[in-house]
Design a protein around this ligand. Structure first.
Ligand SMILES: Cc1cc2nc3c(=O)[nH]c(=O)nc-3n(C[C@H](O)[C@H](O)[C@H](O)COP(=O)(O)O)c2cc1C
Length: 171
């Protein structure tokens, strides 16, 4: 008997979580005595090199980009919806112009040298494993270039080992 396959749109298939849960996350990287938090919505989670990994796509012009290449450690934080405005601010201001977590009303704590906001309910502590800048000539679908890169640099792919997950049981 022939088996029938049902065809689903990717969004209908629950196991494929293309986006980080709840759409937005804060990427936290240490900056000497200070810290930088950047809002990101491009990325995801997967499995490679025998371990759980997180993927982030960061444009080279972000302050976070250089910090991450230097520090090689980061946090990915997920916050309750009430902190939406703070996350919007961390996705609009640049850490080059000062400590934006303070302006956003978020309170950073650290594990080792890696900062994350106390307001998070879930934090992934990660270590950078692999970073590669996208190249125009490597796009198999060239229509993405004018659509996403008319302004702004090509993203760098950051593949990170998820080393520890912190869950705030009070939230
Ligand atoms: C909802 C949202 C999602 C974003 N996602 C990304 C992303 O995935 N990658 C990226 O490079 N920039 C993303 N940005 C833009 C950066 O967060 C923004 O340019 C930020 O000011 C960079 O901060 P920095 O210069 O301190 O690193 C996003 C912004 C918002 C508001």
């Amino acid at each position: 008997m022939r088996k029938e396959f049902a065809s689903l749109a990717p969004e209908e298939y629950g196991a494929l979580d293309f986006r980080p849960a709840r759409d937005w996350m804060l990427i936290g990287v240490g900056d000497g005595e200070g810290e930088n938090l950047m809002t990101a919505s491009w990325g995801g989670f997967g499995f490679a090199w025998g371990r759980p990994i997180a993927l982030c796509l960061i444009r080279p012009e972000r302050y976070t980009h250089g910090l991450l290449l230097r520090e090689r450690r980061l946090s990915l934080s997920f916050l309750p919806k009430e902190h939406h405005e703070a996350m919007r601010l961390c996705g609009t201001l640049s850490g080059r112009e000062g400590n934006k977590s303070l302006r956003a009303g978020l309170h950073c704590v650290r594990k080792g040298n890696v900062p994350y906001p106390e307001e998070a309910d879930t934090v992934l502590l990660c270590r950078l494993l692999y970073a590669e800048g996208m190249k125009k000539e490597d796009f198999c679908d060239a229509s993405l270039l004018p659509r996403f890169y008319a302004e702004g640099g090509l993203h760098t792919l950051f593949l990170c080992a998820v080393e520890e997950v912190l869950v705030n049981r009070e939230s």
